[in-house]
Ligand binder design. Structure first.
Ligand code: SF4
Length: 196
């Protein structure tokens, strides 16, 4: 399995499948290896990440690292953490923010990448797009319902909001997220990182 990783990484990096829909052109941004036991499935790169080519190198990433307790050195170690968003390339703008991740991307790539990862991993479903794709329908029709139901999926899967600036107000309105979910998430991640 590990020997398949470089070929798949190269294939992903060369992807132009939905290029006509990408205003800044294809630039797939992911991180994975066959040993990463923490999988973070986010949304899609913003312009800052598109420009740098570094996943989660923005304010949202800083907040996500704070939520998870993963330091930057481990976060950017593909042997430990896989960063596989719902869309690998910047999708452009829409009313009120960035456009949704390109719908072609996850069906095209996710199964092949996830098949290479260890089975005993923790998966973070960050934001509605990842949750709607991976959680059962009865997990809830709203973000708050899905995140609130985290006990049902922990410790293998944790649904979270997207850690954008909007999450600051959301956390204030939902203090259980910081008091109940984050301690469980940090403990599960710390155990996986120390095992690995
Ligand atoms: S968004 Fe995904 S499917 Fe589209 S070009 Fe980028 S890597 Fe390929």
């Amino acid at each position: 399995m590990p020997d398949q990783v470089p070929a798949l990484q190269a294939e992903v990096a060369a992807c132009t499948f939905c290029a006509p829909h990408l205003p800044l052109g294809p630039r797939p941004i992911t991180q994975f290896s066959a040993s990463a036991r923490i999988l973070i499935i986010g949304q899609a790169p913003g312009t800052k990440v598109h420009m740098s080519g570094i996943p989660w190198a923005d304010d949202s990433g800083d907040r996500l690292r704070e939520w998870t307790g993963i330091g930057a050195d481990q976060f950017y170690d593909p042997a430990k953490v896989a960063l596989v968003p719902m869309g690998f390339c910047y999708p452009g703008k829409a009313a009120g923010g960035d456009a949704p991740p390109r719908p072609e991307c996850a069906p095209r790539w996710h199964a092949r990448i996830l098949d290479l990862l260890p089975a005993d991993r923790i998966t973070l479903l960050v934001g509605s797009y990842a949750q709607q794709y991976y959680l059962p329908r009865d997990a809830g029709s709203t973000l708050i319902a899905r995140v609130r139901s985290f006990e049902r999926f922990a410790p293998a899967i944790f649904p979270t909001p997207h850690p954008s600036w909007r999450s600051v107000g959301w956390m204030r309105r939902n203090p259980w997220f910081e008091m109940e979910l984050l301690p469980r998430l940090r403990a599960a991640i710390a155990a996986h990182l120390s095992d690995g």
